[in-house]
Design a protein around this ligand. Structure first.
Ligand code: FE2
Ligand code: FE2
Length: 133
């Protein structure tokens, strides 16, 4: 079964170039995983782990960035990251042993990326732009 990949669009831009670039890398990694799942590729678990590792890195960088601009919503944002990482972790074993619900995983990743970037990350993006205006 062929699953649709995720396309970057400008509405996803939060106006902080370094973070936009990381979000683009995240999309690439999600798309690699989606293609693996479409093809029942043996790389699925390896590519999922690469994605999960990058998510950890991105969250760390993002939290450092929010701290550097004195963003007041940092504690709430950190909590949301923590919860997301727990959810990502829950899929790991199912992918490894091949029992993962692919549709569920893909819709979680797509939904998360879009709603987190547009609903949550956008807040520090706006804050940063107001600050430098
Ligand atoms: Fe975030
Ligand atoms: Fe982000």
């Amino acid at each position: 079964m062929k699953f649709d990949t995720f396309k970057w669009s400008d509405e996803l831009s939060i106006g902080v170039t370094a973070m936009d670039n990381q979000h683009k890398v995240l999309i690439d990694k999600i798309n690699t995983l989606i293609d693996d799942l479409s093809e029942d590729s043996p790389n699925s678990h390896k590519d999922f782990q690469a994605l999960a590792g990058y998510v950890v890195e991105h969250f760390n960088d993002e939290e450092k960035y929010m701290e550097s601009i004195g963003f007041p919503g940092l504690p709430i944002h950190k909590n949301i990251h923590k919860q997301l990482l727990e959810k990502v972790g829950e899929f790991d074993e199912d992918i490894r042993i091949g029992t993962v619900d692919k549709m569920k995983l893909i819709s979680f990743l797509k939904m998360w990326l879009k709603s987190h970037i547009m609903g949550i990350d956008m807040k520090y993006g706006d804050f940063s732009q107001e600050k430098s205006a």
